[in-house]
Design a protein around this ligand. Structure first.
Ligand SMILES: *Cc1c(COP(=O)(O)O)cnc(C)c1O
Length: 389
C-alpha cells in the first residue's frame, strides 16, 4: 500500500506509471466535502491545471523495446481512467477498476470469479438485470443461483455459496441488511462477500471497512449525479482480484471511455454538496408524503433504524405506493418538476413506476429520486402530482 493508505504505491506491479498517478496525499483527517473536492488530484505543479484534461487516445507511441510499463493501447488502460480510479479508491478505501457501466462491473466480477459448479447468492429484491444475467448466462454455464430477500435470513452454511452479493439499501425497495454480520458469516465459510454500493455511494457507506471483500457499483447514479454518463466500478482491498479484473477488462473491452471518466471525476468533486442537499430534500419530501392519505408503503432509508446505524448519510431515494397503475401513471403525467424517468441520484428529481420494468413490486409503486431543487418547489410539484392521481 501507498504511505497514504491508498493503493497504487510503487510496489503495486500493475501501476508502474507513478508519473501520471495523482498525488494521493489526502490526509486521513480530511472530512467528506474536502476529500471529494481533492480526490485523485495530482500534486500541485506550477503551470499545471488543478486537474488534467481527458487523454483521448487509442494507441500510444511505444519505446523501441515495447511498452515497458507505459500505456500502449486504450482498451487496456488510460491515464484519465486511472485518475478516476484513484479518486474513487480514496473514497471506498480500496483499489478500483473502472468499467463502462455498473452492469459491466458486476458481470465482470461474476464471470471472472465464478466457475462451473460454484454457487452464487443474490438479492431477490435488488437490481433486476443482475438476476436476469444470473438466471441466463450464469445458470447456462453451470453456476447455481440462489436468491434471498435483502433482510435475510442468510442461510450461508446450508447454501455454501462461493460468492455472496448484497445490495443495501436495495434498489428499488430500499430494504437493508447488516453488512458486518453477513461479512462475519461469509468469512467463516470462505465465501467472497461483494456489496453493491450504488444507492449509498462511498460517502454514505464503506462496505470494505465493514468487512466486505468487494464493492461493485454503478457510477451512473448519485456518484456522478448529472445524468450525463454511464459508468461502473469494482473496489477491493485484494490486489490479486484487482489484477484479475483488470485482465478481464482488457480482454472483454469493458473499460469506460476517457471522456466519461473525466466527466465522472469532475462530478465527484460536488458529491458531498449534492448528497447533503438530496438528504435534506428527501427528509422534507418524506414528511410531506407521510401526511397524504393517497400514499401508502412509504420507505426511505432515513426511516429505517438499521440504515440509520449503518449509513452515514441517507440517499435521496424514496419509494411509495399509490392505489394502482392508473393512479401512478396520472401522478407521473402531472408532475412538471419531477421528471418521469428511470435511474436516480441526479440533480434533477425524477420518478418512475417500477412495475413497468418488470420489478417484482406492486403496480402502483413509485420510486422517487429526490434531486437538488428547492424543497418548496419540489413539494408543490408532488402535491400537484398527487391531486391528479
Ligand atoms: C443502476 C444500477 C446498476 C447498474 O448500473 P448501470 O450503470 O446502469 O449499468 C447496478 N446496481 C444498482 C443498485 C443500480 O441501481
Amino acid at each position: 500500500m501507498h504511505p497514504s493508505g491508498q493503493p497504487g504505491g510503487p510496489e503495486d506491479a500493475h501501476h508502474p506509471r507513478e508519473a501520471d498517478r495523482p498525488g494521493g496525499v489526502a490526509p486521513a483527517g480530511w472530512r467528506d466535502a474536502t476529500r471529494v473536492v481533492h480526490a485523485g488530484e495530482p500534486a500541485a505543479t506550477p503551470g499545471a491545471p488543478f486537474r488534467a484534461g481527458p487523454v483521448l487516445a487509442a494507441p500510444y507511441h511505444l519505446a523501441a523495446e515495447g511498452p515497458g510499463g507505459a500505456d500502449a493501447y486504450g482498451r487496456t488502460d488510460n491515464p484519465t481512467v486511472r485518475a478516476l480510479e484513484q479518486a474513487i479508491g480514496e473514497l471506498e478505501g480500496g483499489e478500483v477498476v473502472a468499467f463502462g457501466s455498473g452492469m459491466a462491473a458486476i458481470t465482470g466480477l461474476l464471470l471472472a470469479t465464478l466457475a462451473p459448479g460454484d454457487t452464487v447468492l443474490l438479492p431477490s429484491d435488488g437490481y433486476f438485470k443482475v438476476r436476469e444475467f444470473a438466471d441466463t448466462v450464469l445458470a447456462e454455464r453451470g453456476v447455481t443461483v440462489h436468491t434471498v430477500p435483502t433482510p435475510g435470513p442468510y442461510r450461508l452454511a446450508e447454501l455454501a455459496p462461493t460468492l455472496v452479493l448484497l445490495e443495501t439499501p436495495a434498489n428499488p425497495g430500499l430494504a437493508v441488511c447488516d453488512i458486518a454480520a453477513v461479512a462475519a458469516m461469509s468469512r467463516d465459510l470462505g465465501a467472497v462477500l461483494a456489496v453493491d454500493n450504488t444507492t449509498a455511494t462511498p460517502l454514505g457507506q464503506r462496505p470494505l471497512a465493514l468487512g466486505a471483500d468487494v464493492v461493485v457499483a454503478s457510477g451512473t447514479k448519485a456518484l456522478t449525479g448529472h445524468s450525463d454518463l454511464v459508468l461502473g466500478y469494482v473496489a477491493t482491498a485484494d490486489p490479486g482480484l484487482a489484477d484479475r479484473l483488470r485482465g478481464w477488462r482488457a480482454m472483454t473491452g469493458a473499460i469506460c471511455g476517457p471522456f466519461e471518466a473525466w466527466l465522472a471525476h469532475r462530478s465527484l468533486a460536488t458529491l458531498e454538496l449534492r448528497l447533503a442537499r438530496q438528504e435534506a430534500n428527501a427528509a422534507a419530501v418524506v414528511e410531506f408524503l407521510a401526511g397524504r392519505s393517497e400514499v401508502t408503503g412509504l420507505r426511505w432509508p432515513g426511516l429505517d433504524p438499521l440504515a440509520r446505524r449503518q449509513l452515514t448519510r441517507m440517499p435521496g431515494l424514496v419509494t411509495f405506493e399509490l392505489a394502482d397503475e392508473a393512479a401512478a401513471t396520472a401522478f407521473l403525467r402531472a408532475t412538471r418538476l419531477v421528471a418521469n424517468a428511470t435511474s436516480f441520484g441526479g440533480l434533477h428529481s425524477s420518478a418512475d413506476r417500477r412495475a413497468q420494468f418488470g420489478d417484482p413490486v406492486p403496480a402502483g409503486l413509485i420510486r422517487l429520486s429526490v434531486g437538488c431543487e428547492d424543497p418548496v418547489d419540489l413539494i408543490d410539484d408532488l402535491r400537484a402530482g398527487l391531486a391528479a392521481g
